[in-house]
Design a protein around this ligand. Structure first.
Ligand SMILES: Cc1ncc(COP(=O)(O)O)c(C=O)c1O
Length: 324
């Protein structure tokens, strides 16, 4: 990947003249069966550009209460897009389309108009859960019936593709816009793309520049993304297997919240002797880093740099701490 970056041909991407960025954008658009894609510095920016495309100021986005777009993006939808967000109770990947349908508010003079629905595939705070294809199809039907747009925060959509065997183009066909990340499981240092129709992506280019996301010789980053797409998608299955192994080792301590579907292992520490910050501190002292999501919830992640030996080490450290 470093070699691909070092030898990348570059130009000025603000003028659309970087051949490596252009090639990456064309590749990703084709993978998802859409007309166009736009390279962005981060997943958060890609999500927020998409939301600004779909939800005009003063209208509303529906998503779940744990969605990244309303949890970790610093209120950007409201701050930059003038977007109101309304959430259904957090249920991770287990979405009930009827609940979503029941929340939709039509055009009118008396209530905020709903314009789009966003889902997250896989679901980060939902423990890496994969939204079933049948649920997504039903949500598309709900959106079409109300003439709403459907956005996918697909930061980890590659994991869903590998876990459920659903082609990326099948996912692509269900959404008006997607944001997809190169910098998580795929292992590139930087980069996400907004994917959609050509006219939308033309508008996205303006919004990206407005938000300070126009990059000049970005080809060195796009080259990393192209390498990641060519070499690091199929191997995600190995990360999923490592996560399952880790989960199995910890399961006897009764801490697993849900079945592990991808590379995230959610920990429910309600009955554990330690809370999440306590577990994280004890594990860190023995070289195992875990994310604290709440007082008694935490997250383990496997990825390409976590070796099988590291998984064994993490399992031994965590079981030792939890059995105390
Ligand atoms: C589901 C999801 N969406 C979007 C993002 C945002 O990505 P970035 O950190 O590149 O802004 C993340 C980051 O963790 C994420 O987990």
């Amino acid at each position: 990947m470093r070699e691909a970056m070092a030898t990348a041909e570059v130009g000025d991407d603000v003028y659309g003249e970087d051949p490596t960025v252009n090639a990456l954008e064309a590749e990703v658009a084709a993978l998802f069966g859409h007309e166009a894609a736009l390279f962005c510095p981060s997943g958060s920016m890609a999500n927020q550009i998409a939301l600004q495309l779909l939800v005009p100021p003063g209208t509303e986005l529906l998503c779940d209460a744990d969605a990244h777009v309303v949890t970790y993006e610093m209120g950007a939808a409201a701050a930059y897009g003038g977007i109101t967000s309304r959430t259904w109770p957090a249920v991770g990947a287990q979405i009930d389309p009827d609940t979503v349908a029941g929340m939709i508010r039509p055009d009118g003079y008396w209530a905020v108009t709903t314009r789009a629905i966003a889902v997250e595939q896989t679901h980060n705070r939902g423990g890496g859960g994969v939204i079933p294809l049948a649920t997504l199809r039903e949500l598309r039907r709900v959106a079409d019936a109300a003439q709403l747009a459907l956005h996918c925060d697909g930061a980890r959509i590659w994991h869903a593709h590998v876990a459920d065997g659903v082609p990326l183009a099948t996912y692509g066909g269900l959404f008006d816009t997607l944001s997809v990340c190169l910098s998580k499981g795929l292992g590139a240092p930087v980069g996400s793309l907004v994917v959609g129709a050509a006219d939308r992506i033309e508008r996205a280019r303006v919004i990206r520049k407005r938000m300070g996301g126009g990059l000049r010789q970005a080809g060195i980053l796009a080259a990393a993304g192209r390498y990641a797409l060519a070499h690091h998608v199929d191997r995600l299955a190995a990360d999923h297997a490592k996560a399952a192994r880790l989960a199995e080792a910890i399961a006897p301590f009764g801490v697993l919240a849900t079945a592990v579907r991808s590379n995230l292992v959610p920990l429910d520490l309600t009955k554990a002797s330690l809370d999440a910050p306590g577990l994280a501190a004890a594990a860190r002292a023995e070289g195992v880093l875990i994310s604290v999501l709440g007082p008694r919830t935490a997250r383990l992640v496997t990825h390409m740099d976590v070796t099988d030996a590291a998984v064994d080490h993490a399992a031994a450290v965590l079981t030792n701490i939890l059995r105390r």
